[in-house]
Write a protein of this length. Structure first.
Length: 343
């Protein structure tokens, strides 16, 4: 399998995450990539190469220009304001304050563009997020030009980012950018299967009213899990997109047999849609020992479901999302890819 990876991910090296009322070292840390890269080498599943550069164009097919500009200038503005810590929002246009225009001051601007407060913005974040989008677009080109599969080893992840908002460790939506790139390159239908533990709220929002991307997500029930405010089974799409969003929220302690039954249902819907290509938003935070999640998948289960995905017999682009059991993230990620390759 061709694997695309950018060393520039280390430019995303925030020191703080607001977690349980404290500033802790972020769960979404650079070493995640070290463990995955090492395991790819150990198991020899393919060669790793650096991405090409595509600039902002493919990003702006998904994201708002003012949002991209905000991400580019946020850290500089924050520093200029004289703040000592990393950039963290504290005020949003929330339910009872629906005035939706970006304020001038950085404190207001960051709140306008933020979904959540755990994801601090630090110097280098924009550059790393741009490199991750390059990884996704480069890997998309391999599949678009005839390879059966590719792995976009993206960091930072992307599926929580919407057209104009960051959060949940995500800035640019790498999988959505790849989906749009396939469509712009001539594909008619793309299926986006999100197997990260968390609901892919950004991806859902981006494609909610469209029928050219079928979005399916298996995730912790938002009544009990981040991102809490999207991901219900009753969200099925809008307008032309009605029926093209499919959510599988599952309760705490869900194990592999229930999870796999949801995957089987998703696979049947993907088959019926008959897409030109399948994108998998691959988060391995469904693992039993993930520190911030509540599913109970074991390492061997990742191989099994990689194999299940292969049985769809579709050109497949895997895009890295979450996974925070750092010591085991390499094994679990490569298990999916190996299971796929053996399928
Ligand atoms: N108590 C991704 O996996 N915090 N993002 C959750 C749990 C945010 C996860 C707190 C988790 C974001 C890409
Ligand atoms: Zn996740």
């Amino acid at each position: 399998m061709d694997i695309i990876f950018s060393e520039r991910h280390i430019l995303r090296n925030a020191k703080t995450e607001l977690y349980a009322g404290e500033l802790v070292r972020p769960f979404e840390c650079p070493e995640r990539m070290d463990f995955i890269v090492r395991e790819i080498g150990n198991r020899q599943i393919g060669t790793i190469r650096a991405p090409d550069s595509f600039g902002l164009d493919p990003i702006l097919r998904i994201h708002d220009a003012d949002y991209a500009e905000f991400l580019k200038t946020c850290w500089e503005e924050w520093t200029k304001a004289g703040y000592a810590g990393e950039a963290i929002p504290t005020c949003w246009p929330s339910r009872d304050m629906p005035r939706r225009i970006p304020p001038n001051e950085i404190d207001g601007r960051i709140g306008f563009y933020a979904l959540t407060a755990e994801t601090s913005i630090s110097g280098g974040t924009f550059e790393a997020a741009r490199a991750a989008a390059d990884v996704a677009v480069t890997a998309h080109h391999l599949v678009a030009s005839g390879k059966n599969s590719a792995f976009a080893l993206c960091r930072p992840p992307g599926h929580h980012a919407s057209a104009g908002m960051f959060g949940g460790y995500c800035f640019f939506n790498n999988a959505a950018i790849a989906a749009q790139a396939f469509l712009d390159g001539g594909a008619g239908r793309v299926a986006l299967l999100d197997v990260d533990f968390h609901h892919g709220n950004g991806s859902q929002a981006i494609f909610y009213d469209r029928d050219d991307v079928l979005f399916l997500s298996l995730h912790g029930d938002p009544m009990n899990a981040f991102p809490y405010f999207l991901g219900g089974a009753d969200e099925t799409g809008a307008g032309a997109g009605e029926g093209y969003t499919v959510n599988y929220p599952m309760p705490p302690k869900t194990g592999f047999s229930a999870w796999r039954a949801a995957l089987k249902d998703a696979a049947a819907r993907i088959e019926a849609y008959a897409p030109d290509v399948l994108i998998v938003s691959l988060g391995v935070d469904t693992f039993e020992r993930d520190p911030i999640s509540f599913f109970k998948l074991k390492s061997a289960d990742f191989t099994t479901y990689g194999n299940d995905i292969a049985r769809l017999k579709l050109p497949t682009l895997f895009v890295m999302e979450g996974g925070y059991a750092v010591e085991e993230i390499g094994i679990n990620t490569v298990n999916v890819l190996e299971g796929f390759l053996q399928g």
